[in-house]
Design a protein around this ligand. Sequence first.
Ligand SMILES: Cc1ncc(COP(=O)(O)O)c(C=O)c1O
Length: 367
Amino acid sequence: MRKVRFVEPVKVYRMIKDELDAAYFDVMSKGELIDRSHLRSFEENLASYVGTKYAVGLNSGYDALHMSLRAAGIGAGDEVILPAHTFVATCSAAVIVNATPVLVDVEKDFGIDVDKIEASITPRTKAIIAVHLSGYMADMPRIMRIAEKHNLVVIEDACQSLGSSISGKMAGSIGLTGCWSFYPFKILGGYGDGGAITTSDPEVANFARRMRYNGEDRQTGEYHGHGFTCLLDNLQAAFLDVKLRHLPAWIERRKAIAEMYRRGLSDLPDLLLPHYHKPGFDHVYQNYTLRAKQGDEFSEYLKKNGIEVLTQFRKPYYRHEALKLVDRGFPETEAISREVCSLPMNVEISVEEIEYVIRTARSFYGR
Ligand SMILES: Cc1ncc(COP(=O)(O)O)c(C=O)c1O
């Protein structure tokens, strides 16, 4: 049986082997491991790509969220508004700084339902974490208007959406910080864990630079607080710098694949495809996440036919008892959790593989 993998890192390695090998040998031969030139180069290039003054390399997307909340002074007694449908780390970062997460349902396009935000604001609300899922941004213009009205900090969890934008404004350049994950399967994936924040606020950048290194100012040796050890490895930064150069072309490839899926599947009435129509919103398709009325039946059929798909998340995070979160009823999130299915979407996939995925999905519906 044919197999279509969700991602194939080995194929990507083969595509840019010379550049990755050169980066590896450069780091190794110079012995540059922690907080060295490759990290600084990647930070500069990331900031310039996103359109912020600074980028600070961290160990993960989780750390990016955590550092952002701390930099904004969020802590005990504060409430943080965030979507009910997201990766659990968005919420855990709020909990870990002792704030109270206040969950809000999402829209059909997976972004936080902006119409429901204001009803969740209380005198204790300090921040909104806007999550840009799968390569498509939450409605930042409306979120920023609400935040300004209520004097709230906005943090962008852009871990899944590097390169996306609204009317030319890049994800990660609008809120106080943009939070990035370079987990291997992300649109810009490293070879291990990695993350960063982007920001144009010098104090936030300084705070993160110190806190990622046990609170130490590396120039003066002064400790500015009890910190963490969570900086991006120099070697990972060297690899990410190589891959960042390819990102614009790779995003075009992802859009072309999404278009193939659209053409192949849009006549199937039980599938809701991720092609939305908010003017100015640019989808970069980190994931091609559709909704199938038949839920598990559909995704299991694809799996049985050798196609790796992701069904994140069949059980929403707020229903995991140990997390002790309040389920206030999130109908769209519940529907998404039953129906969600991400098809293979990566730059290394072949046209034959895409056609096979389309054929298989169609055959499920007897077409
Ligand atoms: C939306 C979202 N937020 C946060 C994270 C956390 O990133 P990391 O796994 O690098 O900690 C991820 C990725 O896993 C994510 O998809």
